[in-house]
Design a protein around this ligand. Structure first.
Ligand code: BTN
Length: 259
């Protein structure tokens, strides 16, 4: 397992990005990389700064859930400052970056709306995006990415049924540092294409298992069932209920149902 300064040195020696991950803050243990990244963003740290933790004591997930970060996971938060009108594309850019990174390893994955990444229906990556907007200006976004890299998820009862890891799908050893390197590289390549939103959106939809499927969505307002028709320009899921009415889902948890 890498400890400081190994991961920072590893990235410094190999990263060929323009700005993504050029500034790395690593600690063996943190409350959450989201908290540290937010503080750095407020202090004005450069765009692309990556905060990486060996383990997180209080890792956060979407919808108020906790995120489990055992050793062998990558927990990284990246600070970005896109234009406000591009903020809606961050779930697409970040989940596609993970999807493309897995493809380079020869692992076929799928995206589950809004930004989970699955292998054979099991979650390998979760993404949490927190942004600060003031006076119609996006001050910063923190993109928190949690990936199960080198661990046997079946040994952790908390996640055994629903999660998988990269190492379970590869014959050779894979390290957290190597995955961080590949992820930051893919992430920058896609982020630089944010000025071409149509192609990002199309790639996101093409690789999203949710579209066209009958789903149950656990939303903050209750459970909804229907066909996931598409994702609109705001990044929200468009659901066709059984009574024919349409619902725009802003946040929720999707489960695929048998059609
Ligand atoms: C989810 O699927 O609910 C999102 C999980 C996001 C987890 C990552 S790990 C790095 C960053 N730090 C956190 O506390 N959460 C995100």
């Amino acid at each position: 397992m890498f400890t400081e300064p190994d991961i920072t040195v590893y990235l410094k020696e190999r990263l060929q990005t323009r700005f993504m991950g050029r500034n790395v803050h690593y600690r063996e243990s943190m409350t959450s990389t989201m908290d540290v990244a937010r503080e750095l963003a407020i202090e004005g740290t450069p765009e692309g700064t990556a905060v990486i933790a060996g383990t997180q004591v209080s890792g956060r997930g979407r919808l108020g859930r906790t995120w489990f970060t055992p050793l062998g996971s990558l927990a990284v938060s990246v600070i970005l400052r896109p234009q406000l009108h591009d903020m809606n594309l961050l779930p697409a850019v970040s989940s596609l970056a993970v999807f493309n990174m897995l493809k380079k390893y020869g692992i076929p994955a799928a995206i589950k709306w809004p930004n989970d990444v699955l292998i054979n229906g099991k979650k390998v990556c979760g993404i949490l995006i927190e942004s600060r907007v003031e006076a119609r200006q996006l001050l910063f976004s923190v993109i928190g990415i949690g990936i199960n890299v080198e661990l046997d998820t079946s040994k952790f009862p908390e996640i055994a049924e629903i999660a998988t890891s990269i190492s379970s799908h590869l014959p050779d050893k894979v390290t957290v540092a190597e995955v961080a390197l590949n992820l930051l590289t893919e992430f920058e390549a896609l982020y630089l294409k944010i000025v071409k939103p149509a192609s990002i959106r199309q790639a996101w939809l093409n690789n999203m298992e949710t579209i066209g499927r009958r789903v149950r969505v656990n939303t903050p307002g209750g459970i909804e069932v229907g066909i996931a028709e598409t994702v609109n320009m705001k990044g929200n899921l468009v659901l066709r209920r059984d009574d024919g009415s349409q619902l725009e889902v802003i946040a929720g948890d999707v489960t695929l149902l048998k059609s």
